[in-house]
Design a protein around this ligand. Structure first.
Ligand SMILES: [Zn+2]
Length: 415
């Protein structure tokens, strides 16, 4: 249509010139035709050729020659997925927001122009980078106990104390791994701060390092190590050594609460609490300390008639003594058997936290069960430490084994 009307116009112009006259007749005029667009070139330019996912880029289309007024550019991307977004979706200028990608991905941004039934395109490429994952910090762990090599063995518990802090992610669990990285035990721990675990599985025999590992929700971890010797024979040797030092009578035989027929292991240890019933819960917790570490069971009894062997706990909290509590070992007919009478003094009632009250009770029960002495070997902390306080609520493996041996042996056995 257009070509036709231009040709018509040209012929009209030629006709007018011809009609002027006076010109150089016979000159063959050959007029230059105006441009005849055979199409449109669309150039797409971007403010940036590489962007991070989620970033915006400015996009502009230039059309040459100028398209008829009212022409519209519409936008699309290839591949279509993952989809970014054009805002506005049409027009010579727009912005494109890059979609999320899992790896660097190149897209073609395409401008489309429809003129007179024909569609013209212009394109530009843009590469979208995935966001760099923010740096991840693992959780951290520090140990308070044990700080020295521990001899452990079958049937013992190794208490491990420490603290953990959270890294970039929530905490998941605490693991103990053997020297060959096999998992020995694990505990769910989701709160940072102090922790206390009792390890009962020591894995392979021998002298080695165990790893104490704190793991977060995406399995980042930190770890620290403790040294152990997992050796039942060595443990028994050390336990005998302990009993020679701390629980021997004049003839070298061990001293303990009651005997095997009536005492620990055969039946619960009777603990008389007539005058201290208001502290029954604390006493129960102190007894549980020994049950946990040695298996010895306890029975709290309110009765005026005490049956041997027994532990009796008495209220002396009206007496202000130099110590918080005291245990008297009362020898039975067999000089290797004792009863234990524990007196609680004013300081125990008035000057201790609940935790310290429990540890002091456990300490005094230990004077009846295990030794009349204060124990400095194994070193601090242990429940029989002189003037034991809340931080001494630990029974090291050697003392656990010594307690067990004491109640497995016939009365008076020499260690
Ligand atoms: Zn003591």
């Amino acid at each position: 249509m257009k070509k036709l009307s231009i040709a018509l116009l040209i012929s009209i112009i030629i006709a007018i010139i011809s009609g002027c006259g006076g010109g150089g007749g016979g000159i063959n005029t050959s007029p230059t035709p105006p441009p005849t667009p055979s199409g449109y070139t669309i150039t797409v330019s971007l403010s940036n050729n590489t962007v991070q996912e989620g970033e915006e880029v400015y996009v502009e289309a230039r059309v040459s020659p100028d398209p008829p007024s009212g022409s519209v550019i519409t936008w699309s991307q290839e591949p279509a997925s993952p989809a970014g977004s054009f805002n506005p979706p049409s027009g010579f200028q727009t912005t494109w927001t890059a979609p999320k990608v899992s790896s660097p991905t190149t897209f073609t941004l395409k401008a489309s122009l429809s003129v007179g039934g024909a569609i013209y395109f212009g394109v530009a490429s843009i590469t979208v980078q995935p966001q760099q994952a923010p740096p991840q910090n693992p959780p951290t762990i520090s140990l308070d106990y044990p700080t020295s090599e521990q001899v452990v063995g079958t049937g013992t518990l190794l208490t491990i104390l420490g603290s953990i802090s959270q890294g970039s992610n929530p905490l998941k669990e605490l693991q103990v791994l053997d020297s060959d990285n096999s998992l020995l035990q694990k505990w769910t721990i989701t709160q940072p701060g102090d922790f206390r675990i009792d390890l009962s599985n020591f894995g392979s025999k021998g002298e080695k390092s165990l790893k104490i590992r704190i793991v977060d929700s995406i399995n980042l971890y930190s770890e620290t190590q403790i040294q152990v010797i997992n050796d039942d024979n060595l443990l028994e040797d050390k336990a005998r050594e302990f009993l020679r030092k701390y629980s021997c009578y004049g003839d070298g035989g061990t001293v303990r609460l009651g005997n095997l027929q009536t005492g620990p292991y055969a039946r619960p240890v009777r603990v008389y609490i007539n005058t201290v019933q208001q502290w029954k819960d604390l006493i129960q917790k102190a007894c549980s300390f020994w049950t946990q570490y040695t298996g010895i069971q306890f029975e709290l009894v309110v009765s005026d008639v005490a049956e041997h062997p027994f532990i009796a706990i008495a209220d002396y909290t009206n007496e202000d003594k130099y110590c918080l509590a005291e245990t008297f070992r009362c020898y039975q007919q067999d000089p290797h058997d004792i009863d234990g009478v524990i007196r609680l003094y004013k300081g125990w009632k008035d000057n201790c936290t609940l935790e310290a009250q429990i540890v002091v009770l456990a300490h005094e029960i230990g004077h009846a069960l295990l030794t009349g002495q204060e124990v400095t070997d194994p070193p601090y902390p242990n429940v029989m430490w002189p003037y034991a306080d809340a931080s001494c609520n630990i029974l090291p493996p050697i003392m656990q084994k010594a307690t067990r041996l004491l109640y497995e042996w016939p009365p008076g056995t020499k260690p």
